[in-house]
Design a protein around this ligand. Structure first.
Ligand code: ADP
Length: 358
């Protein structure tokens, strides 16, 4: 399977730039993840290697088998869920299973009409087109995409003013896999064009342990089962973070000359250094929780107030920081604002007595 990258490079350059204060537990890929194609070397290539998301895998593998037996292109698919859970990986596995090329781009790279036209006109039969952050497509791009998705046609306007004519161009059949962290922001006409819409969920502890174990095997490391579990516990249900934590642990073990025996205490020491606690919370999470607890008596606090106080974009808080805090029951979104739970307060109190500082 060939991976064709469209746009500036395959690392989705248009994703929010957060390098200046990149967090170790940031689910969005940072340059280190992609700079040396480290992510690519760890990406599962088949369903067997793709750990977890079993129901979703079953739905998709049935659709792939059906498409292959009918010799048709696969229906368009919309994948949604927090960053780092495997949406891109899943698109690559799909292409692999279908035996077709996967062209990767992201919506902000398709801003001008000619970007999307160029992309569609260069598609090969049955090719899989992966568009990340699809909720960010412009209206013009969406309009061009509709006939392409429905009838594999492109309506081109030639000429200007009174001499303008519309020309219809046939396209090869293809499959669009759209990915988004914000499904509610997708326009409903675009949403309706997807035959399959599926959510990726956070991974459970055992799945994460297997993901860490697999990555450590690929890195040639010997991690004890407890060490894998310790990383799994701290990676916020997200494979991308699991792989990143593992790389930090490997660095630490290299410097401490302990690569031969990577155990739980080594993982603990190394992640303490990065101020990632036993639940995978880092300073940003703790600042957010502390702000609500101490400055607002537990909440509610409006998103904009929270974002201004923490120096973050509201969208970043909403899609990157909050989903995990809600998932573990630390934060609730209410119509009046964000509220921390007693679980969060307990955790923060327990952290005060530990080495990790805020
Ligand atoms: P997304 O597109 O949802 O942001 P990616 O597909 O880029 O996430 O996944 C990030 C990294 O996490 C990948 O490089 C891959 O190594 C790892 N990963 C994701 N899902 C899985 C999985 N199910 N099993 C093993 N590794 C995974």
């Amino acid at each position: 399977m060939a991976i064709v990258s469209s746009g500036i490079n395959s690392s989705f350059p248009s994703k929010p730039k957060r390098e200046a204060k990149a967090r170790l537990v940031d689910p969005v890929s940072i340059s280190e993840d992609v700079r040396t194609i480290k992510e690519d070397s760890l990406r599962p290539k088949s369903w067997n290697e793709f750990i977890g998301q079993s129901e979703l895998k079953e739905v998709l593998s049935i659709s792939v088998k059906a498409a292959l037996s009918r010799k048709e292109s696969l229906d368009h698919i919309l994948l949604y869920g927090p960053p780092g859970l495997g949406k891109t990986t899943m698109a690559l596995v799909l292409a692999n299973e279908l035996g077709v090329k996967c062209r990767i781009t992201s919506a902000p790279a398709l801003e001008r009409p000619r970007d999307i036209m160029g992309l569609l006109l260069n598609l090969e039969p049955n090719e899989l087109l992966f568009v990340d952050e699809i909720h960010r497509l412009t209206k013009v791009a969406e309009e061009l995409l509709y006939p392409a998705l429905e009838d594999f046609k492109l309506d081109l306007t030639v000429g200007k003013g009174t001499t303008a004519r519309t020309r219809e161009i046939e396209l090869p059949s293809f499959t669009l896999v759209g990915a988004t962290t914000r499904p509610a922001s997708i326009s409903s006409p675009l949403r309706d064009r997807f035959g399959i819409t599926q959510r990726l969920n956070f991974y459970n502890l055992d799945e994460l342990r297997m993901i860490v174990q697999r990555a450590s095997d690929l890195f040639g490391l010997s991690l004890t089962n407890e060490a894998s579990l310790e990383i799994a516990r701290r990676c916020r249900g997200t494979p991308r973070i699991a792989n990143r934590l593992l790389r930090r642990v490997r660095d630490y073990a290299t410097v401490k000359n302990k690569l031969e025996f990577l155990d739980q205490s080594l993982v603990d020491e190394s992640l303490k250094l990065h101020k990632v606690d036993q639940l995978g919370l880092d300073q940003s999470d703790r600042r957010l929780l502390l702000f609500i607890i101490e400055a607002h008596n537990g909440g509610p606090v409006g998103l904009d107030t929270l974002a201004a106080a923490l120096g973050e974009e509201p969208a970043t808080l909403e899609t990157v920081v909050e989903p995990f805090l809600m998932q573990i029951g630390f934060l609730q979104r209410t119509p009046r604002g964000r509220i921390v739970t007693s679980l969060a307060i307990e955790h923060m109190n327990s952290q005060r007595s530990k080495v990790i500082s805020n």
